[in-house]
Design a protein around this ligand. Structure first.
Ligand code: SF4
Length: 459
């Protein structure tokens, strides 16, 4: 079995970052700042472990009874006047969205932060359909201008310096050169307000689908989501089937928890619950509210008893921020929508296992991700499970299988282990592992004398 192209791309991108100390310093600085903010945000909790336990319990309850909760949610959403479209995969979702665009002759769409639309590469599809799409979240807008993927669930523009953003605005939108950060905010706000006011349709993401009220909960700091869903006539929400929580009452737990972990605040500035389109007498809001509920590989994760727990993720991005590998190589290296430990776990099942299994190996298994996760997902165990799954299903290269066979033989033979001298053993390690170990690290060497030898000499 050959090494796949995604793995090669991953290592190439990682090498590019590692060999550019300036870029890497930017990444580390941004992630460290984020980690510090998160710690400040968590100070609001006296008994954080109890809060995390409760959050984990509620999300697990939903995921374990997903069929029941999805139907309850849909019933309530429909009775509020919304429309629901179920999509098995990205293709189905995009076909339905294109139908809506065609039917309503949409030419301009404003979007607010949505990882699911990134997951299905919706922007490109809309662009191909001749529709102008504008991201209204400042960070996503900058990434869009730069033509890059979002590289973090919480802080996507972490690798752009102020100068880089000013340069982007100048070259792409004709802004004055060398804008200060305050001027960048002013320019962006004015540009986006104009676009939002003239868009015929909005596409928003969602943080939680609230089952008992059939509502959509959105939390943000810029008020761009609130504006985008208030002005255009049609609002489209694209959400994964795993985003459910049981009740509106649970928002007093999940909103502050997400805000603390994602942006280090006790609660974000704007928190909205959408229950249906504009009603008679209401001044703002969409006339038509459509929800696309998308599976796109989530059922593959759901059917695996252990891996299923990864669907309880609330998308705070904290596990990535504390991950030593993510810190070293940055989010863009992963080449996926979801990065860091959680992305490494779910992506192979949501896309193609063989092509993305290497992500499960991009981990030191230090367990920092488990320690931080607000819903107590045992991330490093799940990464190990992915590796185990890869071996069981035969997704390993023939070279790797051979090396493991040799190593097992050597490790289970007393005679081979006690072989005097270390030259031969080190030669074996070099021969069998040099290629996969890479040039950046020194291979470990065995001690000159085995433990058995030392013990004999001593006694
Ligand atoms: S796995 Fe946990 S820490 Fe990571 S993004 Fe999801 S909720 Fe946050």
């Amino acid at each position: 079995m050959e090494i796949n192209i995604e793995y090669k791309d991953f290592t190439e991108r990682a090498l590019q970052v590692i060999s550019n100390p300036e870029k890497q310093e930017q990444i580390v600085l941004a992630i460290n700042q984020h980690e510090k903010r998160m710690k400040d945000g968590l100070n609001q909790y006296d008994k954080l472990s109890v809060v995390r336990q409760r959050a984990g319990y509620l999300k697990n309850k939903v995921i374990n009874e997903l069929d029941r909760y999805l139907i309850e949610f849909e019933d309530n959403f429909l009775s509020n006047g919304g429309k629901v479209i179920w999509a098995r995969d990205a293709n189905e979702a995009k076909i339905e969205i294109k139908k809506i665009i065609k039917k309503n002759q949409i030419t301009r769409i404003v979007k607010s932060k949505s990882m699911v639309t990134e997951e299905i590469s919706l922007n490109q599809t809309l662009k191909n359909a001749g529709v102008e799409v504008i991201e209204s979240d400042t960070a996503d807008f900058i990434a869009q201008l730069a033509g890059e993927r979002l590289n973090h669930m919480g802080t996507p523009n972490q690798v752009y310096s102020n100068e880089e953003v000013a340069e982007l605005l100048h070259t792409k939108l004709g802004a004055t050169e060398h804008l200060t950060s305050l001027e960048i905010t002013g320019f962006t706000k004015e540009y986006l307000s104009e676009k939002i006011a003239s868009a015929e349709m909005s596409i928003t993401g969602c943080n939680f689908l609230v089952s008992d009220i059939g509502g959509i909960a959105i939390t943000e700091n810029e008020s761009n989501a609130l504006t985008t869903m208030s002005l255009p006539k049609i609002q489209l929400i694209v959400a994964g089937i795993d985003m459910l929580i049981p009740s509106m009452e649970n928002l007093d737990l999940f909103w502050p928890l997400l805000a603390s972990y994602q942006v280090g605040q006790p609660v974000t500035a704007y928190n909205s619950i959408i229950t249906g389109p504009k009603k008679e007498g209401e001044r703002v809001g969409p006339e038509e509210l459509i929800l696309i509920l998308i599976d796109n590989g989530r059922s593959n994760v759901l059917e695996l008893e252990k891996q299923r727990q990864s669907l309880t993720c609330i998308g705070c991005g904290a596990c990535a921020n504390v991950c030593p590998v993510y810190k070293l190589v940055g989010g863009a290296t992963y080449g996926t929508t979801y990065q860091g430990p959680i992305g490494a776990i779910i992506t192979p099942f949501m896309k193609d296992f063989d092509s993305f299994k290497h992500l499960s190996y991009a981990s030191t298994l230090c367990g920092k991700c488990d320690a931080v996760c607000p819903v107590n997902i045992p991330l490093h165990n799940l990464l190990l499970n992915n590796r185990n799954y890869a071996v069981k299903k035969g997704f390993v290269t023939s070279g790797e299988s051979r090396r493991i066979r040799w190593m097992t033989k050597a490790m289970s033979s007393r005679k081979l282990l006690d072989m005097p001298g270390s030259t031969l053993k080190n030669m074996f390690i070099r021969f069998s592992m040099k290629k996969s170990w890479g040039n950046q690290r020194h291979l470990p060497t065995t001690a000159p004398k085995s433990f058995n030898q030392l013990l004999k000499e001593k006694s």
